[in-house]
Design a protein around this ligand. Structure first.
Ligand SMILES: Cc1cc2nc3c(=O)[nH]c(=O)nc-3n(C[C@H](O)[C@H](O)[C@H](O)COP(=O)(O)O)c2cc1C
Ligand code: SF4
Ligand code: SF4
Length: 293
């Protein structure tokens, strides 16, 4: 990054030192009562300095100044009980109304991913979105074909191991379990029943260039959590689809259809649509495995 990308408006700066305190990049220095940018190449563009500056004296070329809106009052932040209840009210949705999802809503869902924190603020998560019956049909056909081929291969491997009277590894047993499901999905597909995307009207696929991220799975996972929760507030239901991730990584044809660069690694995918089901109780889970130290 060069000097012009971040700057301090000297006329506004009161040299309070807040930006120096908050910056993890050691980008600013104070000398003789004047604060200035001395190491711009160390800037992560995290925006903490601008968000803390009492005089709004800091400017970036790389960030949209309109997004630095004032922090809302504390009362506007949900109470912990309400937020926890909201988290617990989200369920995977596998029954959707035959209604398309407005693009504006899908854009808002993607915005929730865009604002998520990422390692080193690298913001590496990219999105492919399918929301027309034509492209969804093509993705479904190709994914089912891929999963059925994977199932046949898995079953051949398992048969070979069993022929040799050897025990299956835990991974192979899981593979055997999935293979059965993939073949079922294949049979359903022949009858025009979508056992993979559940006839959802929209599909979001995320991918990351591994060279751009220090922790692709974590970065994408946080974005995913924010996205599915924002979707809930828009009246949408979602369901992650790990089988699609496996299929994309196994078949370059799918990467091509989804316009995912060949070097990018698929992270998570999820279906979205208007739920045609209403749950009446919150989620229950196993106790957390916590070690207090
Ligand atoms: C996977 C991951 C790893 C991170 N590791 C560190 C870290 O080791 N040290 C640190 O100070 N911040 C770390 N962060 C915080 C990021 O630098 C921060 O989220 C990013 O700069 C955006 O700033 P924000 O969280 O204030 O929006 C990490 C964030 C993520 C998602
Ligand atoms: S936080 Fe703002 S006012 Fe304070 S030293 Fe930094 S630029 Fe100047
Ligand atoms: S954007 Fe973040 S890293 Fe860059 S100067 Fe401001 S506080 Fe430091």
């Amino acid at each position: 990054m060069n000097m012009e990308i971040i700057g301090i408006d000297e006329k506004l700066c009161v040299s309070c030192g807040s930006c120096i305190n908050v910056c993890i990049g050691d980008v600013f220095k104070e000398q003789d009562g004047i604060t200035s940018v001395t190491a711009p190449s160390q800037c992560l563009l995290c925006g903490h300095c601008k968000a803390i500056c009492p005089e709004d004296a800091i400017n970036f070329l790389g960030l949209n100044p309109d997004e630095f809106e004032p922090m809302p009052p504390k009362e506007d932040i949900p109470l912990p009980e309400k937020l926890q209840t909201f988290f617990r009210s989200r369920r995977s949705i596998r029954i959707f109304k035959k209604m398309s999802v407005e693009r504006e809503k899908l854009e808002k869902v993607i915005e929730a991913g865009r604002f998520a924190p990422t390692g080193g603020n690298r913001q590496p998560v990219e999105y492919s979105v399918a929301d027309t019956p034509e492209i969804l049909g093509t993705i479904l056909d190709t994914t089912v074909k891929t999963l059925v081929a994977m199932a046949i291969k898995t079953n051949e491997t398992v048969a070979e191991i069993e022929k040799q009277n050897k025990a299956l590894s835990a991974k192979q047993r899981i593979g055997q379990f999935y293979a059965k499901r993939w073949l079922q999905i294949g049979e359903m597909h022949k009858k025009k029943i979508d056992g993979l995307f559940y006839h959802a009207p929209a599909l979001i696929i995320t991918h990351v260039n591994p060279a751009m991220s220090v922790a692709p799975g974590v970065d994408a996972g946080i974005a995913g959590a924010q996205m599915i929760l924002l979707a809930e507030t828009l009246g949408l239901g979602t369901c992650f689809c790990g089988f699609l991730v496996l299929a994309i990584e196994a078949n370059p044809e799918l990467k091509n259809i989804l316009k995912i660069p060949p070097g990018n690694k698929t992270q998570f995918t999820f279906m979205a649509g208007y739920p045609d089901i209403t749950f009446k109780r919150l989620v229950a889970r196993n106790p957390a495995g916590v070690t207090w130290l």
